[in-house]
Write a protein that binds this ligand. Structure first.
Ligand SMILES: Cc1cc2nc3c(=O)[nH]c(=O)nc-3n(C[C@H](O)[C@H](O)[C@H](O)COP(=O)(O)OP(=O)(O)OC[C@H]3O[C@@H](n4cnc5c(N)ncnc54)[C@H](O)[C@@H]3O)c2cc1C
Length: 302
């Protein structure tokens, strides 16, 4: 990060915690990248609102979820990085056919409530790394499901600290995308489910976990699928066909188990990863004419 612009003696008084020049690599699955100028961990929604209303004008805010879809660049992120770790953001409540989850809930942590209560239709979500907030933002999905198919509503906070309840159709979801306003912070979501036999749900969850264990690399520093699948094609096939599966840049390479999963061997920088992605995308473009689009989100400064 080039020079601090925030005056750290003038940060709004909050109940949560600040961390100055906090290295972000530890908050991301890829484990690369520079620091956050200031990281803020709000205690609860009211603390977040107070912060937004009193933060320095024009200062940037970025929300990090589980960091499982992020490539934080080596220069870090200027302004504030917010992480929703307070207990209120991890709340889960069941009412009628809706499961409400705070945006900071890890998707993995839904497994228990989904299985014990037979919440059919939400099994897919339990296997996706990251948080509910990140899943909504990217319309995360797998095994034929995605957030758009189960979302009833989302509670969000806008930059003026107002809380809005937004209907699913207002997000205009697409494949791993939504037209979510960049300055909204997701507070929580209401997810629809169908009451289903507990054993059936349990089996589905176990089946999904088993599929990942056998078909996807485990225990590596990755952000999942690196490129989106182009219409009617599979990114991994194009990467393999064009030799991208054996390309390497510094400590960055593609996984031998699944060549659309990028892998940091522990020594990669964000620049290594960016260069590898560019090299692969160029090879695919030259050899097939198809433009691969990144699924991982690049954030911060070079
Ligand atoms: C091993 C592995 C397997 C994966 N498999 C899948 C898969 O099957 N399907 C799939 O879709 N993805 C998959 N992913 C990618 C990733 O897990 C998802 O995109 C996930 O939903 C990202 O959530 P996150 O909380 O980690 O978000 P982050 O990576 O932290 O952030 C992603 C985006 O969400 C925004 N965001 C996060 N929280 C909030 C909030 N509260 N308010 C506003 N914006 C917010 C961030 O600003 C950023 O723009 C995989 C990743 C890994 C590492």
């Amino acid at each position: 990060m080039t020079g601090t612009k925030l005056n750290i003696n003038m940060l709004p008084k909050v109940r949560g915690k600040y961390k100055i020049a906090e290295p972000l690599r530890q908050y991301t699955w890829l484990n690369v990248g520079g620091p956050a100028e200031v990281m803020f961990f709000p205690e609860d929604e009211e603390d977040l609102r107070n912060f937004l209303l009193n933060k320095p004008q024009n200062s940037e805010v970025f929300v990090i979820g589980g960091g499982s879809n992020l490539l934080v660049r080596d220069g870090g992120i200027a302004g504030f990085v917010i992480k929703l770790t307070g207990a209120e953001f991890a709340k889960k409540t069941l009412q009628d056919n809706i499961l409400y989850c705070g945006a900071g809930c890890l998707n993995f942590s839904l497994k228990q409530v989904v299985v014990e209560n037979g919440l059919g239709g939400l099994e897919f979500l339990c296997s996706i790394p990251g948080t509910i907030g990140g899943a909504l933002r990217s319309n995360a999905g797998c095994f034929g499901g995605d957030i758009s198919k189960v979302l009833e509503y989302a509670r969000v906070m806008n930059k003026n600290g107002e809380i809005l309840t937004v209907k699913a159709e207002d997000f205009h979801f697409g494949y791993r995308s939504s037209d979510f306003p960049p300055d909204w912070i997701i507070l929580g979501v209401g997810l629809r489910f169908e009451k289903t036999d507990v054993v059936e749900v349990q089996n589905k969850v176990a089946e999904n976990d088993e599929y990942r264990r056998t078909h996807q690399p485990q225990g590596i520093r990755t952000a999942g699928s690196t490129f989106k699948n182009p219409e009617g094609n599979a990114a991994w096939k194009l990467i393999k066909q064009c030799g991208g599966d054996v390309m390497q840049f510094g400590g960055a390479k593609m996984s031998e188990k699944h060549c659309n999963f990028l892998q940091n061997d522990g020594t990669a920088t964000a620049a290594d990863i960016e260069k590898l992605c560019d090299k692969i995308a160029n090879a695919v473009k030259q050899q097939t004419g198809i433009e691969l689009e990144l699924e991982i989100k690049k954030v911060g400064q070079e």
